[in-house]
Design a protein around this ligand. Structure first.
Ligand code: PHE
Ligand code: CO
Length: 293
């Protein structure tokens, strides 16, 4: 799983993307002004459902010992894997647990629209599914990544609140011209975060949890650096979008994540802007590395 960089043009189509000139994948013609659309569940083919099931089964089969317990416990909320879940059914269940919903979107959406949805506890889920030849790797997030990777932890009350706060923070970052710094926080927590547990480090990031190979790599491989979560440290750190990560950041709990991100970021952005970027794989002097889980 790779590029979650958000679109840069706000407002109407055509939507363009931060990383180069690929046209967005997906049909934006039926999207509303807030970029939400219909899931159109009946248009999925039997082959689409079968592909979802194969993706689901491969991932669910390798969660034990690699995914954090909260994720493992919540994944069953996605329902039986024999079909792509209906977003309306999933939303009804999410609403009861944490007040979140999932809404369909045609694909990547502009950052401001993305932040606005999160701030109102609506998680945008891409409606299309990858092609069979993309079983192992898809460049843009599809329905499998968005549902399997992101939705289970929206059932966790603390994580659910963090996601909403992130959305509100994103709207503010837009006004402060700090979206790039804030995007690093999303990348290194929501997409590629690890959490320390009594059994060792485990994955909670959606980009890892929906990846065939990176789940095992991120938790077990001796290669990448695993360092303690630090807000300024993360905002200074570049990231790779087309390879496994070379650094992962480890939180002690979702409460730590929530508390550390609660203060007003205005001053944090100002500080970070004066400090040099850190390359994706570097470990700073004195920084301790967590061992593989
Ligand atoms: N506290 C942040 C701010 O003032 C908002 C935020 C919360 C951002 C959680 C990200 C995650 O901008
Ligand atoms: Co994602």
């Amino acid at each position: 799983m790779s590029d979650h960089d958000k679109a840069v043009n706000l407002g109407t189509a055509p939507v363009t993307y931060g990383q180069g000139d690929r046209p967005p994948r997906g049909d934006y013609s039926g999207a509303r002004a807030d970029y939400t659309s219909e899931q159109d569940w009946s248009s999925y083919t039997p082959a689409d459902h079968a592909l979802y099931r194969r993706l689901y089964e491969r991932q669910v089969g390798q969660l034990r010992g690699l995914a954090c317990d909260d994720f493992v416990a919540a994944v069953e909320h996605l329902g039986a894997p024999d079909r792509i879940p209906r977003f309306d059914v999933l939303s009804a269940s999410l609403r009861r647990h944490t007040g979140w919903e999932v809404v369909a979107v045609p694909g990547l959406i502009p950052e401001e629209a993305f932040f606005a949805l999160l701030a109102s506890r609506r998680f945008p889920v891409t409606s299309w599914i990858r092609r069979p030849e993309e079983f192992d790797y898809v460049v843009e997030p599809d329905v499998f990544h968005d549902l399997f990777g992101h939705v289970p932890l929206l059932f966790n009350p603390v994580f659910a609140d963090y996601m909403q706060a992130y959305g509100a923070g994103g709207l503010k970052a837009g006004r402060l011209n700090a979206c790039e710094l804030l995007a690093r926080l999303y990348w290194y927590t929501v997409e590629f975060g690890l959490i320390q547990t009594p059994q060792g480090v485990r994955a909670y990031g959606a980009g890892i949890l929906s990846s065939a190979g990176e789940l095992q790599y991120s938790v077990r491989s001796p290669e990448p650096s695993r360092v303690a979560f630090g807000l300024e440290r993360i905002m200074r750190t570049r990231y790779k979008i087309d390879t496994y990560q070379t650094t992962y950041f480890v939180v002690e709990s979702f409460n730590q994540l929530f508390r550390a991100t609660e203060p007003d970021f205005t001053a944090v952005y100002a500080t970070v802007r004066c400090l040099p970027d850190i390359a994706a794989g570097s470990v700073l002097p004195g920084e301790q590395r967590y061992s593989a889980g």
